[in-house]
Design a protein around this ligand. Sequence first.
Ligand code: ZN
Length: 265
Amino acid sequence: MLKTRIAPTPNGHYHLGNIYNFIYTAWWARQNQAELHLRIDDHDFQRSKDIFIEEVFDALNLLEIKTLGPKNLGDFKKKYSGQLKREHYRKKLDEFQSKFGCDCSRKDIGNLPYQGTCLQKNFSFEKMKTCLRFDCKKFHYPILWRKEDIPSYQWSSLIDDLELGTTHLIRGEDLQESSYIQASLARELGVNFITPDNMFHHSLLVNQEGEKLSKSNKASSALPLLRSPDSRRDVIRHFSKFALGVEIDSLEELFQQEYPLKTDS
Ligand SMILES: [Zn+2]
């Protein structure tokens, strides 16, 4: 069974770039008769907010995109929240060998990518003092477990994809490096992960200042645009123009068109 997921991080409002990712993912799932799961990545308990979790459900309902997994905020909190799985992620990381503790602060590291200063220091994890990093020079030793005693995005998202059995990834190109880091982690773990033939990374929308929306804190919520049928149709038209070069009024009609994204390989 082919499986993909929509996996938003509820740390801020969802802007059009996020909505486009939802549509691309649902489109691919429809064309490939794949299972489409919703997985809300709320591991960062300091930044995750219920209002942003509710926005995900609202956006998917308004677009009439059907997903497997949590159905509403209450259901999510009770059964699916990543915060319920924190000890599980920790246990998985205990089994992972290629890691080391690092006590460098952001100031110590400066603007350069991290160079592996703590590689030989044999630090173990100590809350608010050290983080755990992946011993991988190519990607500048990504953090696996954060000082705040929570899994990093790279680690939790990898474990979640492995356990869900995700076969295909559809992500914005800002997450392309994450996909490759996760593939390296999986290789170290000795497990099969999604290969580049099954990864799609789409280009990102830019705002009027030419900034990538995903990086822009100023990007405003797209939810108001989805609430009225007229502006919702405009969003779908704008998306189809962006993705295909033609304006289409409904997702139903759009999903009949050939899928435009190419895989990474
Ligand atoms: Zn360090």
